[in-house]
Design a protein. Structure first.
Length: 713
């Protein structure tokens, strides 16, 4: 709804009221219509201010309403009503003006923003475009190039940038509503005619065609098959037409997106990111019943790539850091790298680099005086155990001990300490100061407070933290195993790395499985497999009764570790080179391998690659839910979209399974398992069967079919 009052004698003040972000629900839209009528018909009122309740202008259309038939007045005529008002209307923008919220502000005749406000049109992240005139008014106000940037990236613009762009008329550090009221008084006698953006011509640009062409090319490259970014460019292109025609084009494009599966997937992802914050543990412990401990001082142990990124993320979150590394050369390099990352980050955010928040150490002693430690040494259990033993002896009581392991047993690490309840995994993703995902891994003895503290610290670092149980590979890497395995089997059966990657990249992954393996280094997994007892030089295709592909091991034995050695599944022009080229050596190697094992290469099609790789991965996701390692499908989906480049417009693997149809997924898994009975990851899991028998409920209902956590409190 919206509230109305008359202030300073002649200003009608309309306050949008729909906590927490004053989203434009049907009631709010109706409220705006009614309160505008009131203000316009009150003869004492000479000008109007629109603001939002509780320091937030407006977070946009109410996304929850998109899944049911729209009711109430539509936003487009509501905004037209504001713009065509005969009295000047001023938007007082505090907090956020996003999506429909900014479109409403663009319908006002003046915009005053608080210096801390953020503005943007993030619809592209919801699979939409700014469909309430935003794609037509923004370019008219700030020009096509700047509008294209804001609309296609969906990024938030600071008040300072908004002022520079001409998006707002004034920025204030004072009470924004008071300033807007004063401003409204000052323009009360002026006609709003010349301030109606819909009447502006689109600003002249010497070579608009080239601008659109360039942006379209970039957008298509980045979109990975998403429709919305392309439609955003098309809508802005229509801003060069008369306003009414442009609005018609915006409406047509929006209608296509609005009902698309992609929009549903991206809106699901929006709410899933928020749902994972409401974590629970099998013990019954929950986010709303557990208070995190504030972390002021932390230590990072091991300054390789991960340790450096984690240190930067902590400092940027305002935490004082002791960064520790025993290798002198590595320590020197890390100091330089961390300083320059902090400087670059500060420049981007327009603040001073917090170099004084970090100090370096070559020994563990400072661990005695910190609130939390994150161990980021080499992925080796014996080494990590030693670190945890030392920490346990050194740290003051209550210090949380975290490991950045990407899949080792957190319980084993905890058992090396006197305080296993304070031990959790904090699995960051590289580069750790950039990637948004954090897996917080609770062991069997981790206390709810340790989980809450790690989750909160993740949030403070700007991450989306997902609490997961302790098992080999946790959620993300556990699901990766059957996916990689299928890719290897497909090569054995006749596919090429280029073809498998092409199919997966067309699906929307940023990189196919082989390019990704080359980038992360083939030796990483090889070392883990060897630690698990992989005999050197052994190329058997059956291990413990199950099919096994030794292809990755054989490549590593040849010193082909991927990009860093210039050879892997592809060849590169030099070690560290980035351009992957098909390698005739590999073709030859695969042919010899097949001959040696009596395999006849067959033609493998697009569908088989996609189904075997993805359905095996999804099947593991169902197992993870069944095992209680993830609390719900949203947790898995958020992990995959934010950590493993699963395309957001496909929602995540569990959402995608529901979109494909669980019955179909089950049938195809059954088919492939029949063809390959020695591949257990293709055997459909019980939860999938149970869901199909129950009529394939939508993903949001799956939690009802999961075993309830047993309370141990
Ligand atoms: C057939 C063709 C018909 C076509 C007709 C269509 C006509 C449509 C016309 C116009 C359409 C306009 C499109 C839009 O405006 S889409 C919305 C654009 N806005 C956004 O994308 C902003 C989304 N929100 C955020 O980015 C953040 O929430 C933010 C506002 C920055 C606040 O962040 P923070 O303080 O961190 O808080 P949370 O993110 O945790 O949010 C708090 C709770 O509020 C819920 N929320 C937020 N925004 C919305 C929203 N726009 N609608 C509904 N709910 C929203 C959020 O989910 C949190 O609640 P919960 O934890 O319960 O999930």
């Amino acid at each position: 709804m919206a509230q109305y009052s008359r202030v300073s004698g002649t200003v009608g003040l309309i306050t949008l009221l729909n906590p927490p972000v004053n989203a434009l629900s049907a009631a709010v839209r109706q409220g705006i219509v009614d309160m505008m009528d009131k203000a316009l018909s009150d003869r004492k009122v000479k000008s109007v201010v629109i603001c939002g309740h509780n320091g937030k202008f407006c977070g946009g259309a109410d996304i929850r309403e998109f899944s049911s038939p729209l009711t109430g007045p539509l936003l487009i005529p509501v905004i037209q009503g504001v713009e065509s008002a005969a009295k000047p209307v001023v938007a007082a923008i505090e907090g956020v003006a996003l999506g429909g919220g900014l479109e409403l502000a663009l319908g006002c005749h003046y915009r005053i923003a608080h210096s801390k406000a953020r503005l943007g049109l993030p619809e592209v992240h919801l699979g939409l475009l700014p469909g309430a005139g935003g794609s037509q008014r923004l370019p008219r106000l700030i020009g096509v190039p700047a509008a294209l940037d804001i609309i296609t990236t969906g990024r938030h613009v600071t008040a300072a940038e908004a002022l520079k762009l001409g998006l707002v008329d004034r920025v204030t550090d004072r009470n924004t509503v008071d300033e807007a009221v004063k401003f409204a008084l000052s323009v009360a006698d002026q006609s709003p005619q010349s301030r109606r953006i819909s009447t502006f011509p689109c600003p002249h640009h010497p070579d608009l065609d080239a601008v659109f062409e360039g942006v379209m090319q970039r957008v298509r490259q980045r979109a990975r098959g998403a429709l919305a970014p392309v439609a955003c460019v098309q809508a802005v292109a229509a801003a060069t037409l008369p306003f009414a025609q442009g609005m018609e084009r915006e409406r047509e494009l929006m209608a296509t997106l609005f009902t698309s599966g992609q929009a549903r997937a991206q809106q699901y992802h929006f709410f899933a990111q928020r749902a994972v914050g409401r974590w629970s543990m099998p013990s019954g412990a929950r986010w709303d019943k557990t208070k995190p401990v504030a972390v002021h001082k932390a230590m990072v142990i091991g300054l390789g790539t991960m340790g450096r990124g984690i240190s930067v993320a902590l400092v940027q979150a305002g935490v004082s850091v002791v960064a520790m590394e025993t290798n002198e050369k590595q320590l020197m390099d890390a100091k330089q790298a961390i300083s320059s990352m902090l400087e670059r980050g500060a420049k981007r955010r327009g603040v001073a680099p917090a170099l004084d928040k970090i100090r370096y150490s070559s020994d563990m002693q400072p661990a005695a005086d910190v609130d939390l430690v994150i161990e980021a040494v080499f992925e080796d259990m014996a080494l990590k155990k030693k670190v945890f033993q030392q920490l346990s002896a050194l740290c003051k009581p209550g210090t949380f001990l975290c490991s950045n392991t990407s899949g080792l047993d957190v319980d084993q690490l905890a058992s090396e300490t006197r305080t296993p309840e304070l031990v959790v995994g904090m699995h960051f993703f590289a580069p750790a100061h950039v990637m948004k995902l954090l897996e917080v891994v609770y062991g069997s003895r981790s206390s709810p407070q340790a989980v809450a503290t790690a989750m909160e610290l993740g949030k403070q670092m700007g991450k989306v933290s997902v609490a997961v149980g302790n098992c080999r590979g946790f959620v993300g890497n556990r699901m990766l195993k059957p996916y990689l395995e299928q890719a290897f089997f497909l090569l054995e059966e006749g596919a090429t790395p280029e073809f498998v990657d092409q199919v997966l990249e067309e699906f929307g992954f940023a990189m196919g499985v082989f390019r990704m393996s080359d980038l992360s280094g083939l030796d990483v997994g090889w070392r883990v497999r060897k630690a698990d007892g992989l005999p050197d030089g052994h190329s058997a295709r059956i291990r413990q009764g199950c099919r096994y592909s030794p292809l990755g091991d054989l490549l590593c034995e040849q010193g082909r570790f991927g990009q860093k050695t210039g050879r892997g599944w592809y060849q590169y022009d030099k070690p560290g080179g980035q351009v992957a080229k098909p390698d005739p050596w590999l073709q030859d190697f695969l042919e010899k391998f097949r001959t040696q094992h009596g395999l006849v290469a067959r033609r493998i099609d697009h569908q088989e690659v996609l189904e075997r790789c993805l359905y095996a991965l999804m099947n593991e996701g169902f197992r993870i839910l069944e095992d209680g390692i993830a609390a719900g499908p949203e947790d898995i989906d958020v992990i995959y979209v934010l950590g493993y480049s699963w395309p957001p417009h496909r929602g995540g693997p569990m959402f995608y399974a529901a979109m494909v149809g669980l019955k179909k997924v089950l049938e195809r898994l059954e088919h492939y398992h029949q063809e390959h009975p020695d591949i257990p990851s293709l055997k459909p899991c019980n939860l999938l069967r149970k869901l199909v028998v129950s009529g394939s409920p939508p993903v949001q209902k799956w939690r009802e079919f999961l075993q309830k956590p047993q309370s141990q409190l």
